[in-house]
Design a protein around this ligand. Structure first.
Ligand code: FAD
Length: 433
């Protein structure tokens, strides 16, 4: 048995770990053995989507080759274990970048497709799957399926956002976007409440490609925060910032994020950044991936780990629902430091189970305080359910099955594409197998 942990520090004993490193042998590797398996990339998902208690994990980071790059039209073909960080490093000097990236670049292409990840520019460029031109899927019976938006489109729609349950993705073709360089023209604006947040979000939609906000979720139901927006910039050649990587060297015996530390921390974070708020030129790395500079930051939550809770609710009811969630959190006293509020654009998702949908999304980290935390999350579930929203499986370790079924109306259509020898802790919890 071998232990593997998710990013929220949920751990599972596995029966077997199989390292995939050659696309030609993936079919024979995933087809053998009595145990059900699931692909595992960088393990940056917070909950149990890439865990498989007492089963097999197929580790994909060995599938790490670039296969072709057309620097004229920005088309990249690579294996599915390539990291988004390595794509950015390869493509930027050639004038290209990934069009959509999540808040960490330490994820694999396969993981980004299987969760159909979103970035700060959903209202302009959609999610990761919108830029995948084709992919190769290996089924455990040895069948290879080559699919894309126009080729076997049903398989493509099942696999993008398909939580690794339709097969193992071995390679993908991605359309990059042209950029002048690594710089962004950014602006940070402090806001006092949710009315101001929605005003800023609406007002920025047409003129700003990237928008996101940090929200102080324990200052009361008001919802003050810091709104950040950015556009690609072309300041000409500038030296790249250096910067030392920090690291959380040990797991503290208790969570450093707790009732005592959170209020003063949130207050100083808000006031310091309000004071500094301005327009500035920024390198893409600190703007897109602020936490990548602190290695193993998830250790700060201590041995019991933490839950991430990310929901999206439709825009018409979004403000009331977010207000209600903030009130519940403030009342519980168990706030979150990493609290992100942003709007999604009015676009239909690519995948049958893709998370992004038009509306407003709130993402929060809560230290795991056992039943107290579960009770709070159940109260948040009730608000999401009433608002006809959904929860992000990439972040989840505990949502009730009926909430998943209500939030993902294409689930029964998706089930036809599942591979019978693939299963995860999440699929057993939410789909029964
Ligand atoms: C600091 C931080 C910030 C984040 N910010 C965002 C954000 O802004 N937006 C967002 O959408 N997400 C965000 N995430 C979540 C993260 O982007 C996703 O969980 C992503 O899918 C992780 O990729 P991974 O390579 O670590 O995959 P894993 O976590 O290992 O696996 C994720 C899923 O992909 C499947 N999978 C992996 N490889 C393959 C393959 N080759 N074939 C088939 N299935 C495969 C797995 O089975 C699993 O279902 C963030 C995570 C962190 C830690």
């Amino acid at each position: 048995m071998r232990k593997v942990s998710s990013w929220g520090r949920l751990s599972a004993d596995l029966h077997h770990v199989e390292v995939l490193s050659n696309p030609c042998s993936v079919a024979s590797q995933v087809g053998r053995g009595p145990h059900l398996g699931i692909a595992h990339g960088m393990g940056r998902s917070y909950g149990d989507v890439a865990l498989n208690r007492e089963g097999t994990l197929w580790m994909t980071t060995g599938l790490d080759h670039f296969m072709a790059f057309d620097a004229v039209c920005g088309r990249l073909v690579c294996e599915a274990g390539v990291l988004l960080r390595d794509i950015q490093k390869m493509a930027l000097p050639r004038g290209w970048m990934l069009p959509v990236t999540p808040g960490t670049q330490l994820v694999t292409v396969g993981g980004a497709i299987a969760n159909d990840v979103h970035g700060k520019n959903h209202h302009v460029l959609g999610s990761f799957g919108d830029h995948v031109q084709s992919l190769t899927l290996v089924r455990t019976d040895g069948e290879l399926i080559h699919c894309g938006p126009d080729v076997r489109a049903d398989w493509f729609a099942a696999t993008v956002g398909g939580l690794g349950l339709t097969g193992v993705i071995t390679q993908a073709e991605i359309q990059l976007r042209k950029v002048a360089g690594p710089w962004l023209d950014t602006e940070t604006i402090a806001y006092a409440d949710l009315d101001a947040f929605f005003g800023l979000a609406d007002g920025s939609e047409a003129g700003w490609e990237h928008t996101v906000s940090w929200i102080d979720c324990i200052a009361g139901g008001g919802g003050r925060g810091l709104f950040m927006r950015a556009n690609p910039a072309d300041p000409g050649p500038l030296p790249e910032p250096g910067g030392r990587k920090l690291s959380m060297p040990v797991v503290p015996p208790v969570s450093l994020v707790n009732r005592l530390t959170l209020r003063p921390f949130n207050m100083s974070y808000f006031h310091l950044n309000k004071w500094r708020a301005k327009r500035a030129l920024a390198h893409y790395e600190p703007f897109f991936y602020p936490l990548d500079n602190v290695q193993a930051w998830n250790r700060m939550y201590g041995p019991k780990g933490f839950f991430q809770y990310q929901s999206v609710v439709p825009r018409d009811i979004g403000q009331d629902a977010v207000q209600a969630m903030l009130k519940e959190i403030a009342r519980s006293g168990d706030g979150s430091f990493l609290a992100v509020l942003k709007t999604f654009g009015d676009r239909q998702p690519v995948g049958m189970l893709s998370f992004p949908q038009p509306g407003v999304t709130l993402a929060l980290d809560f230290p795991n305080n056992g039943s107290r935390t579960h009770r709070l999350l159940e109260r948040l579930d009730a608000i999401v359910r009433e608002a006809r929203g959904r929860i992000y499986p990439a972040k989840d370790a505990r949502m009730p099955r009926e909430l998943f079924e209500a939030g993902y109306p294409r689930l029964s259509e998706f089930m036809k594409y599942r591979d019978p020898k693939i299963s995860s802790d999440l699929s057993r919890r939410l789909m029964g197998a």
